[in-house]
Design a protein around this ligand. Structure first.
Ligand code: SF4
Length: 376
């Protein structure tokens, strides 16, 4: 396929594909799917070899958010029966993080629900970052606390944070359809603040919210423009009790095409398969490792993932290897001062609407905020 040869050449040179080329990846048929995966896999291996970076989520503050992001089980008015608790103490967060690090994770992602942190919240998280870094040499810490005010990114950086996550989620033109309490521009501003403070920018998307192919391409081009070092690709988990509970649009094949498109548009960045991996890729997860070079180990913020042991077995069985803390994630040209440097960080027939698979969605009932052992 000329399209795939062109995309591989461009990916190996870090050259931006045209929008039409990106759209064409999303429109490939099931007959072409393995060729698409193989092509994007060449680009993945050029920049990341067969390494898989493991990240571990710690939900510092769960639920009770005043914002109305329609995809989120923690939103204002959510009826999802998730765990709800306020800030974990530094030692509790550090203990939760230690389970993930013992399981092979090299990055801990400290997440809190809410519009954005107060200065007191930044102090709390700073103490948590220091506690984790004191106890775990070489660990990368990413904070995800919502919209940042002036000076907060610098304070997190000074406390030892390597990265800051704030997802764009969807295209600018559809952002108002999923959230009304803040804007796309607010989100861009926070990613830029993180960047400006010397934090590695982690920003990604959510697929499966009813968006068009054009929307997906728009948000991925916007992420390339923002120069995010890591791009988490979430597949919507349609939580019962949220406005998007009925939005079951994704197939494993569609997820693979989306990941391939992201890899071609952002060839040398950490592409991470995030929430919804097990729910939507299901038995096709190992193929997705040929596209993404990073996953979350174990559970997500409010839902359960597959057993951490199963993640490790899948990586080994598929012929990949877990990235060690002594390895730098990003290629050399991106790594200096950035993420992973540790100094700093159409016709696809199976895209017919699938049946709802609520049996695959399990609310998290273990780990942070409970008395039960975490999944790592
Ligand atoms: S995504 Fe974040 S800001 Fe939006 S409702 Fe969920 S916790 Fe709140």
């Amino acid at each position: 396929m000329d399209l795939l040869n062109t995309l591989v050449d461009k990916g190996l040179r870090r050259e931006l594909p045209t929008r039409d080329e990106a759209l064409a990846v999303l429109a490939t048929s099931d007959d072409e799917l393995l060729d698409v995966v193989a092509a994007a896999g060449k680009v993945r291996r050029q920049w990341f070899g067969r390494r898989v970076k493991l990240n571990y989520l710690v939900n510092l503050k769960s639920g009770l958010c005043p914002e109305d992001c329609s995809y989120c089980s923690q939103r204002l008015g959510s009826k999802a029966e998730i765990l709800k608790y306020t800030w974990l103490k530094p030692d509790q967060a550090s203990e939760a993080a230690a389970a993930g690090l013992a399981g092979g994770a090299k990055r801990v992602c400290l997440v809190a629900s809410g519009r954005g942190p107060t200065d007191r919240d930044v102090d709390r998280v700073s103490d948590t970052i220091k506690a984790i870094k004191d106890q775990n040499e070489g660990v990368e810490v990413c904070a995800c606390l919502g919209l940042l005010s002036d000076g907060q990114a610098e304070r997190l950086r000074a406390a030892g944070a390597d990265a800051y996550n704030h997802n764009l989620n969807t295209s600018e033109s559809t952002y108002g359809d999923i959230t009304t309490t803040h804007t796309y521009a607010d989100r861009v501003d926070t990613v830029q603040k993180a960047h400006a403070a010397g934090l590695s920018a982690c920003s990604g998307l959510i697929a499966g919210m009813g968006e068009s192919d054009e929307d997906l391409v728009d948000v991925v081009y916007a992420l390339r423009e923002l120069d995010a070092d890591s791009v988490p690709v979430n597949f919507l988990i349609p939580f019962e009790g949220t406005p998007l509970a009925k939005e079951w649009h994704l197939t494993p094949q569609r997820c693979l095409r989306i990941l391939a498109m992201v890899r071609f548009v952002c060839p040398d960045v950490e592409v991470r398969i995030a929430g919804g991996r097990e729910v939507h890729l299901r038995t096709m997860q190992p193929l997705a490792l040929h596209l993404a070079n990073s996953i979350f180990l174990g559970d997500y913020l409010t839902s359960e993932g597959q057993a951490g042991r199963a993640d490790l077995d899948m990586i080994a069985d598929a012929g990949f290897e877990v990235e060690g803390t002594d390895e730098v994630t990003l290629p050399e040209h991106r790594a200096s001062g950035g993420c992973g440097s540790r100094g700093a960080c159409g016709s696809a027939e199976s895209d017919a609407v699938p049946e709802a698979r609520t049996d695959l969605v399990a609310v998290r009932r273990r780990g942070a905020g409970t008395d039960l052992a975490p999944n790592a």
